[in-house]
Design a binder for this molecule. Structure first.
Ligand SMILES: Nc1nc2c(c(=O)[nH]1)N[C@H]1C(S)=C(S)[C@@H](COP(=O)(O)OP(=O)(O)OC[C@H]3O[C@@H](n4cnc5c(N)ncnc54)[C@H](O)[C@@H]3O)O[C@H]1N2
Ligand code: MOO
Length: 395
């Protein structure tokens, strides 16, 4: 059987980072910067007031209370500014440019709020409540380096330096396609022999959680022709495809039957539990990577975490490798099949212990939904006594 590590290595050697595009800001959340973003001007661009109040000369407040004539009113956005001469005050709002001559701002709370004259009760040191040009960023400074994932704050500063578009690797578009004649759409009644399709929802959500754009394609039955037709239709919008089901040894395995003859997708047994039957390769003119995951719900989910998530990181232009693990002490003994790496579902606690959930079958989705970690048991270990230190993958 192929090892987990060899399978991941093959996948990572096949998938490529997506080409960078000029993305509109509205489409850039979650994308990976492919350029350094530079501030063309200082930020703030000009000295401005940090408070609503009065711009004055500090020297005029040597003795307080002081009453000064208010010679102008400056709102944020004002551009016609009168200079503040000795003994003068200008009413000023937060964000408005500080007029020439003024060297301090007195908050309105320290005054009588007058508009013709103002009486100021407290003196203010030079520079009070003034935000200097360039205090955040200097002109020419790099505000974000390439390789940064664009989150809300990063998007904010890209807009804040005046950019409308940015060169970035987009979110991989991943189509998720469930197969199985037994699948019913959630929200519709179950007929005899049917189950509700859960994998396509879980996997589409997993794509989104991993920084991709997930699209759930209409489910197909057990007919390889119908599967290929649906796949062809979906390839137009896919940087990668995930299928679930139809890859093992049965009589009706549409994914395997349809893709094997292409010669570009390999179906193998990987030495793991769950998730042993795996298909991976490329399809279509554009050689779109396809992950043919096993249908059991826990198996497809675990396969996603081990193989698809790292592949999506690589497509996003990020460092990619096996899932990060941490050490925990297992509560209760574990069993694992010889020669296969087990990924048991567990609850990782803050006290550094991990408790296996009840229900370790690869169909036991409800049990998976209570877990927050996968407990890794190496291939050569079949029994783990309670209290042993184990590696876990936080979910
Ligand atoms: N003779 C053998 N039988 C099986 C083997 C084997 O080696 N020899 N491997 C077993 C293992 S391990 C797995 S995992 C499964 C993988 O089977 P398939 O990928 O072909 O998946 P299906 O047969 O279509 O479905 C398996 C199971 O999962 C349920 N399922 C499928 N799709 C969904 C979905 N979208 N939502 C919810 N549940 C789904 C399906 O009803 C089946 O119960 O094969 C074993 N058999
Ligand atoms: O390997 Mo299968 O994934 O046990 O259920």
């Amino acid at each position: 059987m192929k090892s987990v590590d060899a399978h991941l290595a093959e996948i990572l050697a096949t998938v490529r980072p997506l080409a960078p595009l000029e993305l509109e800001l509205e489409r850039a959340l979650g994308a990976t910067l492919a350029e350094d973003v530079i501030a063309p001007v200082p930020l703030p661009p000009f000295d401005n007031s940090a408070m609503d109040g009065y711009a004055v000369r500090a020297a005029d407040l040597a003795e307080v209370p002081a009453t000064l004539p208010v010679i102008d009113d400056v709102a944020a956005g004002s551009d016609q500014l009168r200079a503040v001469g000795p003994g003068h005050a200008v009413r000023i709002m937060t964000g408005a440019p500080v007029p020439a001559g003024a060297d301090t701002v007195v908050p309105v709370e320290w005054t009588d709020g007058g508009t013709v004259t103002v009486t100021i009760q407290r003196s203010a040191p030079e520079g009070n409540a003034i935000r200097r040009a360039g205090e955040d960023v200097n002109a020419g400074e790099v505000v974000l380096e390439q390789g940064t994932v664009i989150g809300p704050a990063q998007l904010g500063i890209i807009a804040g330096v005046g950019r409308r578009r940015v060169l970035a690797r987009p979110l991989p578009r991943v189509v998720v396609l469930s197969t199985g004649a037994e699948l019913a759409e959630p929200g519709t009644p179950l007929q005899p022999g049917q189950i509700w399709d859960s994998n396509s929802f879980a996997l589409t959500a997993a794509v989104r959680a991993a920084g991709g754009e997930g699209f759930r394609a209409p489910t197909v039955g057990d007919d390889p022709g119908a599967f290929i037709d649906q796949l062809d239709a979906q390839l137009l919008r896919a940087d990668a495809v995930i299928t679930s089901g139809g890859v093992s040894m049965g009589a009706y395995e549409p994914v395997k039957e349809a893709l094997s003859p292409l010669g570009t997708v390999r179906f193998e047994k990987v030495a793991m539990q769950p998730g042993m039957p795996q298909g991976f390769g490329v399809v279509g003119e554009d050689q779109v990577p396809i992950f043919a995951l096993p249908g059991n719900p826990v198996s497809s989910f675990v396969s996603f975490m081990l193989f698809v998530r790292p592949a999506l990181r690589k497509m996003r232009g990020l460092e990619a490798g096996p899932p990060r693990t941490e050490t925990a002490y297992v509560v209760g003994p574990l069993k694992s099949p010889a020669g296969r790496r087990s990924f048991l579902r567990g609850v990782l606690d803050e006290d550094g212990t991990v408790t296996p959930v009840r229900g370790q079958g690869s169909h036991q989705l409800a049990a998976l939904a209570t877990a927050n970690a996968l407990i890794v048991v190496p291939e050569d270990v079949t029994e783990v006594p309670a209290g042993t230190a184990v590696e876990v993958i936080p979910l």
